[in-house]
Design a protein around this ligand. Sequence first.
Ligand code: ATP
Ligand code: MG
Length: 172
Amino acid sequence: EWVNFNDFVNHILNRFDMIVKTDAEKADSKTKKYTIKREFTNQALWVEIDTDKMMQVIDNIMNNAIKYSPDGGVITVRLLQSNNHIILSISDQGLGIPRKDLNKIFDRFYRVDKARSRKQGGTGLGLAISKEIVEAHKGKIWADSAEGKGSTFYISLPYEPMSEEGDNWDEV
Ligand code: ATP
Ligand code: MG
């Protein structure tokens, strides 16, 4: 399905903004508060994706950003185009991930000890599934992190820039 990726990501993030508001009204002590900051290119980025699957990827990364962050964190979501790729990044101010674990977290069932000892729920499958989905789209997923400061997850997808004027039809 062809989608404007900017709108697609915005819709997903809007849902996360809604969760904060509804749960804040319930004053549930287990609910973490967070702020989502968006830094998107103005340019419309049209891509052909499996929207259900790609939503699962962004959901997992957003849920991780919330799960592995203290209360009150800012989650910064950036969307940009670079040559023949679009890059989506999601940065949190959470626990961070030790350098030696940065690649392993994309393996099935792999969880970083520190997080596990905090009794965070989860199976350790989220990122492995996310990687499969992104690679099925011919894209890449990777992470960068500073322990104790936060993590950034990147997704790059192939992108074919289109002319601003639209298609030039041949005269018949
Ligand atoms: P699931 O997603 O299946 O519910 P999970 O969140 O533990 O469980 P993954 O999403 O695959 O599994 O993440 C694997 C591990 O990577 C996590 O257990 C955690 O240790 C680490 N991790 C993932 N995202 C972050 C993050 N934003 N900050 C710190 N650690 C993270
Ligand atoms: Mg997860």
